[in-house]
Design a protein around this ligand. Structure first.
Ligand code: HEC
Length: 272
């Protein structure tokens, strides 16, 4: 029964994928070209503009309380930004919740600046001509963990529960094609339209993938956050919309962040 299922999923996947395990030499060289292009762009990353804007927003007084975010506790104490992202998501006693960076920023904008949760969650992703607060703050804060080793803990029972929920979601199959994250990201050497798909069940692939988000996406001219990445993969999976800062999004982030432990964080990066 299980095998028939797996075969069906493989056939469905093959319909979406243009190349499988037996990628031709020509495809390989195209992938190497993309890598070279990435390396060349890496010297000057437009994400720096988002980082600078985010730092200004962090320090700027805003909201009904006319306060900055400089007292926001990202886990290492009020106002400590350096290295904070490398330990997120984590359990926060004041909210009695496991939070990732973006849900924590919502908490800080509500408690410090006096925004409503709805206002703080509005417009999390930028688009052409539309600058938003969230992705700039995320670019700034994540940049302050560059070269810091990922060190996500599951010592607290709620952290452990979030990790396990994340793993369950990762392997959960559903939707019109019966896909799970694992369908596309649980096998080696799979590609869609020349994009190598990381096998996120392998430590080094998980490390490389997680530590390179957020990223400036050349094709979109935008900095994209990890929440955006998850949202876009829910779309790839033909799943319903992933609610921004939902428990599911935090749990998936927990699962992938913890699997990246030990690797130096290296973002905002640059991607095609
Ligand atoms: C139908 C196939 C498919 C499914 C299902 C899928 N993804 Fe993806 N995923 C992709 C593709 C394609 C990319 C690369 C997109 C690109 O580079 O433009 C990607 C990229 C990613 C990345 C970034 C990798 C990197 O190195 O930058 C992460 C993380 C990720 N997916 C996580 C997930 C999670 C978590 C799920 C389940 C909710 C999921 N994906 C479901 C196709 C899929």
């Amino acid at each position: 029964m299980k095998h028939t299922w797996e075969r069906a999923a493989r056939v469905a996947l093959a319909a979406v994928l243009t190349a499988g395990a037996s990628a031709s030499a020509q495809d390989r060289s195209a992938v190497e070209e993309i890598e070279k292009y990435r390396a060349a762009l890496g010297d000057g990353n437009p994400a720096e503009l988002w980082e600078a804007r985010g730092e200004a927003l962090w320090k700027e007084k805003a909201g009904p309380r006319n306060a900055s975010l400089e007292k926001c506790d990202l886990g290492l104490g009020p106002g400590v930004v350096r290295g904070a992202y490398a330990q997120l998501p984590r359990y926060f006693a004041d909210t009695d919740m496991v939070q990732d960076l973006e849900s924590r920023l919502v908490t800080c904008r509500v408690t410090l600046q006096g925004l409503t949760p709805e206002e703080a969650r509005k417009n999390p992703f930028g688009s052409t001509g539309k600058k938003v607060v969230n992705d700039a703050l995320v670019a700034f804060i994540t940049s302050e963990s560059r070269d810091v080793k990922m060190n996500v803990s599951t010592a607290h029972p709620k952290e452990q529960a979030a990790y396990e929920l994340g793993r369950e979601i990762f392997f959960y199959r559903g939707g019109p094609y019966d896909f799970a994250c694992a369908t596309c990201h649980g096998v080696d050497n799979v590609r869609i339209r020349l994009q190598d798909l990381p096998n996120l069940t392998r430590q080094n692939d998980a490390q490389r993938a997680y530590t390179t988000w957020p990223a400036y996406r050349v094709s979109q001219g935008e900095v994209r956050t990890f929440q955006w990445r998850l949202e876009d993969c829910f779309r790839q999976q033909r799943f319903p919309h992933l609610k921004f800062t939902s428990e599911a999004s935090i749990a998936l982030t927990m699962f992938l962040a913890k699997n990246a432990n030990g690797a130096p964080f290296n973002a905002p990066a640059i991607k095609r």
